[in-house]
Write a new protein. Structure first.
Length: 305
């Protein structure tokens, strides 16, 4: 569709449309473009705001796959969906992109945090008992995950509640809750990320708030590499002597699992990087890997509230 290679849409939003294995009608194209008004208004003040729309028809499943890629300064937002009806898939993609743009803009201005402070509703993640930072430092320095896990357990209940709310943002993970995984898997993943990033955590951020900032990268890692991440979590629980709440339908895991070493998860919607692996030491302590998330929330990071 060369005629639609570059189309200015509301508020100078440029749209590039690429269709594969299908030939949408002019009416379908117009209907999609008409739905971009709200997005155009949201991004009009960004110096760059280009939208790529990829449409593919899947003959095997007899449905359409739609992928939206929004290019903004410092961030690329991606959404995808599929449906037998082209416009239905497009609308769901667009709804996700709109939510992500709003979250990105709020993060740039620290709007959620500022509003909570102004309204007196800001709630920090507080430990249920006094936190022994010296014990955390010693355990992390020694690479002793069971000792670290014991020292940080005071945050568990509050972290579980935050993680449960955050999972609702990821339908593919929420659908696995109670089947292949549960919220405590997310919590354990956060503890692992914190254990591995403890030495590099920001000094000016409260420990509980830092743990909260690791929830989203942990959920993204579970979405991108569920088998590897669940192996890591299972290994961590075994090292700590914690009984895992595993659903019987979950796939069997190898007796000596390997744990991936992956870089920090990319921006929202970006594909993860393939993991490599490192083993567990005979003593039961865990070999370290790079932290699952950023050492502190950056300008494009939205921490769960």
């Amino acid at each position: 569709m060369a005629a639609r290679a570059k189309i200015p849409v509301r508020k100078n939003l440029l749209v590039y449309i690429d269709a594969h294995q299908c030939n949408p009608s002019e009416a379908e194209y117009d209907r999609m473009l008409d739905g971009l008004d709200a997005l155009g208004r949201l991004v009009e003040n960004f110096p760059q705001h280009d939208l790529r729309i990829l449409i593919e028809f899947n003959s095997r499943s007899n449905d359409y796959s739609v992928k939206l890629t929004l290019l903004l300064p410092g961030r690329t937002l991606v959404g995808s969906d599929h449906d037998p009806v082209l416009h239905a898939a497009f609308e769901r993609c667009l709804a996700g992109i709109l939510d992500n743009v709003k979250a990105y803009k709020d993060a740039l201005g620290r709007v959620p945090e500022r509003q909570k402070i102004e309204e007196g509703t800001h709630q920090e993640l507080m430990p249920s008992s006094p936190l022994d930072l010296a014990a955390l430092d010693a355990a992390a320095d020694a690479g002793d995950y069971p000792a670290y896990r014991s020292a940080v357990a005071a945050y568990e209940e509050g972290l579980r509640v935050r993680a449960g709310r955050w999972v609702e943002r990821y339908p593919e993970i929420q659908a696995e809750m109670g089947r292949r995984m549960d919220v405590m898997d997310v919590v354990e993943g956060v503890y692992l990320a914190a254990f591995e990033g403890h030495a590099d955590r920001p000094a000016d951020v409260r420990y509980g708030d830092w743990l909260v900032s690791l929830i989203d990268p942990t959920v993204r890692a579970l979405a991108a590499h569920p088998d590897e991440e669940l192996q890591n979590i299972s290994m961590a629980r075994s090292a700590c002597g914690i009984a895992a709440k595993r659903i019987s339908a979950a796939p069997a895991r190898p007796a000596t699992p390997t744990r991936p070493t992956r870089s920090a998860p990319p921006a929202a919607g970006s594909p993860g990087k393939p993991p490599s692996s490192a083993g567990r030491t005979p003593s039961g302590t865990l070999a370290r890997r790079p932290a699952t998330g950023p050492a502190h929330p950056g300008p494009g990071t939205v921490s769960p509230g």
